[in-house]
Write a protein that binds this ligand. Structure first.
Ligand code: ATP
Ligand code: MG
Length: 357
């Protein structure tokens, strides 16, 4: 059975880092006989420039038909003066909502070779390996009603609605419990159930789900405490599940524990496990075109793709082992360079991963 991977390089450093990940995917495709075929499309600013639309119909159609999508990054200063509704970022949000990618998985792993790049002391972060599961298509970012209104007093009020239905909570809960089953069997659900009714329901549904996953140990934590615990003792966590906004904040916090945003992959999945995979970082316009960007977050995103959407765990593990090997060899792009090590370009890093495979 042949499967299609859609490549969406996007803007800024996107094309440079996706090119390296593509070489790596093609290599494991051969090595492991995966029968993957590759397709290409425009999204973001690149699509705006070519078609006046950040998400052309052709791209959406290809995305719907693909088994998985690898995205670089979108956006950049060139398009910053456009109105919000026609910015490159609309292309990315359109993909997320059209494909119903409700589950965002962000692992935060500290590679021992990079311990000195972390913002925390080595003993606090060494061996760190946590996974944040963030709900991506609901919560306060999407709740209705929302807007700006004028009160009787004449004063203006901005407002948003924080809402989750039982089924929305249940489906993200299942993704998180399943992730925990495959990892350290510990799940921490983060909410603000002492203040927000919506998260009282969240907590209730998570407790309910636990009965289906008896091998997973479930705990609950208020988001303020979770933010503190993440920097105090992050290794107490295995999988964290939380809503859209809390997940946005906590996953950026967790990212910093690992040293560089250039190392962090992400997956966004729908109910069919179709997924879009992309580095956690943006298009890095400040270094675009210089050949210095770190391609490892994108290469590791390709590994997540093999694991979560294509069921090719062995190939995923091979890529992850190859990344670890090049770090052992002391190869460093500028963002992860601290003291010793040999500074390499985007392409040299990609070639080194290929050689390690
Ligand atoms: P977005 O809004 O798209 O998330 P952003 O404004 O948050 O973008 P990024 O594009 O992620 O910012 O860049 C933030 C900083 O991190 C920049 O200084 C950028 O050069 C650096 N950076 C991001 N990705 C990489 C990478 N792969 N390798 C090296 N440095 C990177
Ligand atoms: Mg950002």
């Amino acid at each position: 059975m042949s499967r299609t991977v859609l490549m969406l390089p996007g803007d800024g450093i996107g094309p440079e880092i996706v090119a390296e990940a593509e070489k790596v995917l093609k290599k494991v495709n051969e090595q492991f006989g995966l029968k993957l075929s590759f397709d290409y499309a425009l999204v973001g600013g690149a699509a705006l420039d070519a078609t006046d639309n950040p998400l052309p119909d052709e791209t959406l159609e290809k995305a719907r038909n693909a088994d998985a999508i690898l995205l670089g990054a979108v956006g950049g200063p060139k398009w910053d003066s456009l109105p919000m509704a026609s910015r490159p970022e609309k292309g990315l949000l359109g993909l997320r909502s059209n494909l119903k990618l409700f589950a965002n998985l962000r692992p935060a792993i500290l590679y021992p070779q990079l311990a000195s790049a972390s913002s925390l002391k080595p003993e606090v972060v060494s061996g760190l390996d946590i996974m944040i599961v963030r709900e991506l298509t609901g919560g306060i970012y999407f709740g209705q009603p929302r807007g700006l209104r004028e009160l009787e007093s004449g004063e203006r009020q901005g407002y948003n609605t924080y809402a989750y239905t039982e089924s929305e909570i249940r489906r993200i809960g299942r993704v998180a419990f399943e992730a925990a089953q495959q990892r350290g069997k510990k799940l921490c659900s983060v909410d603000k159930a002492n203040v927000l009714e919506v998260t009282v329901l969240w907590r209730e549904i998570m407790n309910d789900l636990r009965r289906e996953y008896p091998d997973v140990e479930l705990s609950h934590m208020y988001v303020d405490n979770a933010a503190m615990q993440l920097v105090r003792a992050p290794k107490q966590f295995d999988v964290i599940v939380t809503g859209n906004m809390f997940g946005d904040i906590l996953s950026d916090e967790a990212a910093m524990l690992t040293g560089s945003i250039g190392m962090l992959p992400s997956a966004s999945l729908n109910a069919e496990k179709q997924g879009m995979y992309e580095p956690c970082h943006g298009s890095a316009p400040d270094i675009a075109g210089q050949g210095v960007a770190n391609p490892l977050a994108t290469i590791l995103s390709a590994a997540m793709m093999l694991r979560y959407s294509l069921g090719e765990d062995k190939a995923a593990e091979a890529i992850e082992a190859a990344v670890s090997k090049v770090l052992d060899q002391g190869l460093r792009t500028a963002d992860i360079m601290s003291g010793e090590g040999r500074k390499v370009s985007t392409r040299e890093m990609g070639e080194a991963v290929l050689a390690a495979l």
